[in-house]
Structures are given as C-alpha cells and as structure tokens.
Design a binder for this molecule. Structure first.
Ligand SMILES: [Zn+2]
Length: 209
C-alpha cells in the first residue's frame, strides 16, 4: 500500500469479498443441500449445517470475474508515455476453475507488452488476469483472453502471455498426474518475431540474484 490509489484498490477488493448477492447465495445453497444428500451425506449433521451457504459464497467469489470489465480496468490507468521497450510482469498468481469439472487450476502468468505511445499502471496487469481467471475457464482461452484484452485496449506493438498451471482435475482424479504443469502461450505483433520472443522467454526464466 505505497500510495492512496493502491489503498483504494485494496479496499475495493475487500468489499468485493464481502458483497454477496443474497438471492443468488440462497439459490446456489439450496442446490448444494441436494448435492450433499445425493453423495450420501446428511446435510443436517452439525458440521454441514452451514456448508451449502459457505460453498455458495465461495463460489460467488471464485466467479466474480463475470462482473469485472477487464478493458475498463486497463483504460482506467492508461498514460501517454514515450517508452518503447518491453515491459514484463512475471510470476502473477493465477487462480481459476476449469469449466469441465469445476475444479481449481492455479499457477503463474508472465505477461509482457511493448508500448506504442501508451503504458498502463502495472497493478492493472494482475487485475485483468484475475478478471478473466475468476470465471469458469479453460487455460487456453484464459491465455488468449488476456492477450486480446491488452492488445485491443492498449494497442501496443506486441503482447506476450505465458501461463503455467496445475489442474486439480488432473491431479485428484482420472490420470492422477500430480506434478504435471500445463503451459500455454499467446503472442501478438513483435512477439511473433523469434528474437523478441526469445528475449521475453529469457526474462521470465531469469532470476534476480
Ligand atoms: Zn478439468
């Protein structure tokens, strides 16, 4: 919280967590009550009494990206600037849910762009990752949506997105490949050029020490 803007953002995010749509929570909770019975549980035993409501609230938070206009988040902090070198934001935490099993997938995103007259406040890059990740997703589409949003809003000379995630639907069920990581990538403009793309890949794999 280094400046007032960051503070406001923290405040917003905090409010978001606490602001539930009561009608939607009730509706989702009643379905989870049925689901508990369907898997052979007793929804009335003590430990489960409030579970449908908790799950409904958690689910609402985990899908709050539907309510966020990612392009607007970027537009709210775009500045004219005569800087034309690569800007890289790496190791952005990603938490999402696969649309096939509604199980979590999570990992890291590394994003770069080459400004073309405009730069964007750096804290906005993780926020747009969150806006698209907090929905039911597949990693491939998530990667492309982030790339397209930056390209279409900021109109830079190029955008690069690399994402590395572990999928709980792979780790906990089916093939049980517990340590496998799925990598996806998407590039536009100058990043389609080998030299530029290699520089980006070198930067995201380099450590600072
Ligand atoms: Zn899945």
């Amino acid at each position: 919280m280094s400046n007032p803007t960051d503070f406001n953002e923290e405040l917003d995010r905090y409010k978001k967590v606490e602001r539930y749509n009561v009608e939607q929570v009730d509706r989702i909770a009643s379905h989870y009550n049925d689901i508990l019975s369907a898997i052979g549980e007793d929804p009335n035993r003590e430990g489960l009494i409030k579970t449908p409501e908790r799950v409904a609230k958690a689910l609402q938070y985990l899908t709050h990206g539907y309510d966020v206009d990612a392009a607007e988040v970027l537009r709210s902090a775009m500045f004219e600037e005569d800087y034309s070198q690569m800007v890289v934001v790496k190791d952005i935490e990603v938490y999402s849910m696969c649309e096939h099993h509604m199980l979590p997938f999570f990992g890291k995103a590394h994003i770069a762009y080459i400004p073309n007259g405009h730069i964007v406040g750096l804290s906005k890059i993780p926020r747009i990752v969150d806006a698209f990740a907090r929905r039911l997703q597949v990693q491939e589409r998530l990667t492309n949506e982030i790339r397209d949003c930056i390209q279409e809003t900021l109109n830079p000379a190029g955008v690069a997105v690399v994402m590395e995630c572990k999928h709980m639907c792979m780790a906990m069920r089916g093939v049980q490949k517990q340590s496998s990581v799925t990598t996806t990538s998407a590039f536009t403009g100058e990043f389609q050029n080998d030299v530029t793309r290699s520089e980006f890949l070198r930067l995201i794999t380099a450590s600072l020490d």
